[in-house]
Write a protein of this length. Structure first.
Length: 201
C-alpha cells in the first residue's frame, strides 16, 4: 500500500510517499518528495511506476518503485492549477486528472507525458471513476456529478450533470455492481447520506 503524508498540513516543506506491507502490517520505507502538497496516487500494474499529483508544482510525477525516486515530472496545462484526483486508464495508456483552478478534465499520455485533452468540467472534483463497460468518466464535484463519454483515448464529451449534493465529492464506482456511490455530507439541516446511482446506457 502507498500512502501520502507530510506536506503543508503537517507543517513541513516536504512530503512522503510511504510503502506499507499489508501482510506484515508495517511500513517498509518512506520516499521523500521535496514538495509540500501531494495529492492522488495511481499505480501502474504493468510496470514499476507510481504516478503522483505533485499539486504544489502543478505537475504529475512518475516514481520508479524499484529505485524509490521520481524519474520525471510532466506539467499540466499552463492555464490550470491544483491537480487533485488522478486515475490511470491502463489499456489506453492515459492518465485522467482534474484541476481546481480552471476546473478541467485533463488527459495525459502515460508514456510520453503529452497532454492529449483538456476540457471544462464541474468544479471542486475530488474523485474520478471510470466505467470500462460504458466508456464513461464520472466526476464528483460540488453539487453535481458530471458524466463524460470517452469517445476514444483522446476525446471526451460531456453527457451532462446529475444532482449530487453540497460538497459531495467523495465517490466510488463498482463496475461489478454497476453502482456509483456518492458520500453526501451533512448540510443545512439535512443528514449525511450515501447516494446510490445506477448508470444506464
Amino acid at each position: 500500500m502507498y500512502v501520502v503524508s507530510g506536506g503543508g498540513e503537517a507543517h513541513t516543506p516536504y512530503s512522503y510517499v510511504s510503502v506499507v506491507d499489508t501482510i506484515q502490517s508495517k511500513k517498509i520505507l518512506d520516499m521523500k518528495i521535496d514538495a509540500n502538497w501531494l495529492e492522488a496516487l495511481s499505480l501502474d500494474g504493468t510496470a514499476p511506476r507510481l504516478f503522483v499529483n505533485i499539486t504544489a508544482e502543478n505537475v504529475v510525477g512518475v516514481i520508479d518503485r524499484n529505485q524509490h525516486s521520481i524519474t520525471t515530472k510532466w506539467p499540466i496545462p499552463a492555464d490550470t492549477q491544483q491537480n487533485l484526483p488522478l486515475f490511470f486508464d491502463a489499456p489506453n495508456h492515459r492518465l485522467l486528472l482534474t484541476t481546481r483552478k480552471s476546473p478541467k478534465l485533463i488527459v495525459i499520455d502515460s508514456d510520453s507525458g503529452a497532454v492529449k485533452a483538456s476540457v471544462p468540467c464541474v468544479g471542486m472534483v475530488d474523485d474520478i471513476a471510470y466505467d470500462a463497460k460504458l466508456k464513461r468518466v464520472y466526476l464528483s464535484g460540488d453539487g453535481f456529478v458530471e458524466i463524460f463519454k470517452q469517445d476514444d483515448a483522446d476525446h471526451y464529451t460531456s453527457l451532462g450533470k446529475v444532482p449530487g449534493g453540497f460538497r459531495a465529492k467523495t465517490a466510488i464506482f463498482i463496475l461489478e455492481l454497476n453502482r456509483y456511490y456518492l458520500a453526501v455530507p451533512r448540510h443545512a439541516g439535512r443528514e449525511a447520506a450515501v447516494r446510490v446511482y445506477e448508470p444506464v446506457p
